[in-house]
Design a protein around this ligand. Sequence first.
Ligand SMILES: Cc1cc2nc3c(=O)[nH]c(=O)nc-3n(C[C@H](O)[C@H](O)[C@H](O)COP(=O)(O)OP(=O)(O)OC[C@H]3O[C@@H](n4cnc5c(N)ncnc54)[C@H](O)[C@@H]3O)c2cc1C
Length: 328
Amino acid sequence: MHAFTYTRAADVGGALQAGAAQGSAYLGGGTNLLDLIKGDVAQPLRLVDINRLPLAQIRELPGGGLSIGALARNSDTANHALVRQRYPVLSEALLSGASPQLRNMATIGGNLMQRTRCPYFTDVGFAMCNKRNPGSGCGALQGRNRMHAVLGGSEQCVAVNPSDMNVALAALDATVLLRGPQGERRVALAEFHRVPGNSPELDTNLLPGELITAVELPPAWPNARSRYIKVRDRASYAFALASAAVLLDLDGQTIRAARVALGGVATKPWRATATERALPGRRLDEGSLRAAAALAVREAHPLRENAFKVELAQRAIVRALREAGGVA
Ligand SMILES: Cc1cc2nc3c(=O)[nH]c(=O)nc-3n(C[C@H](O)[C@H](O)[C@H](O)COP(=O)(O)OP(=O)(O)OC[C@H]3O[C@@H](n4cnc5c(N)ncnc54)[C@H](O)[C@@H]3O)c2cc1C
């Protein structure tokens, strides 16, 4: 483990000032960053503790949406009355992740930024990892790749974005609010995370020194039905092999509109837009949904050990849609 200094920021301005120094990293709940520091995967020179900043508020927005502060804990967010009533898919996704103790510490900002669980990344004993050490190669491409991505990968990296919350936020069309040395900006969740391409070391489009201050959700669809399905090796305390977050607007048993996002199978939270376009007008029967779900994996590139994820992703979508519609 490398030595680092520790600063506790008293306000957002102070955090930004400290965070602007090269080698700084913001400390949220620490449930991901501290493990990476202990494993020598991350080597920040300075930790800027942001836990005293007034960014934990969850509040209704004037137009009917919701603002969730970057320091709201995962458990507080999942159990907040407005989240449970209006965005239950977010509550479900958060509660499916980690353990109660971890969710009590983990923050919304930290969850957005959590790094992949690819073992070639998290274990510095492996020499090859383009994400950790650009140009060193990808150990997973020809190695053990059962847990890896079938969507959004490149020759450089096939590591999965591990977050459950991000999948729900993708389906909900969330926006990420940022403060940085250049001021404030808003980034759609779909544009926040990056596919690896030729720069796998960059997981997101956050600029150096930028601080996530909040996530905003647009007003919930009236009468929306939703569901988060997570398929994993163990019933709890395991990352997704495949997951699906869906929102449905129904006219009886016929779909008027739908949103579908996938997790566990892609290098970033993955909106299944072709599936979404195919769903309006379909009924909730298995065959009809299955045909739409197949469109989500049309461009899948399975690796030696993970072709099963192509099937699993489709089943997760169909099950989530049927359960959301109350027919499963
Ligand atoms: C054993 C275990 C099991 C887990 N299982 C799951 C699971 O099943 N599903 C799941 O989704 N997650 C799971 N997690 C991951 C967990 O959700 C994340 O560790 C957590 O959400 C990270 O939040 P944090 O506040 O602790 O982040 P930190 O560890 O504090 O930070 C993580 C990263 O975010 C940056 N950061 C933090 N806040 C900000 C901010 N406001 N602005 C800019 N950058 C910021 C940090 O600099 C760091 O790079 C698991 C974790 C563990 C340890």
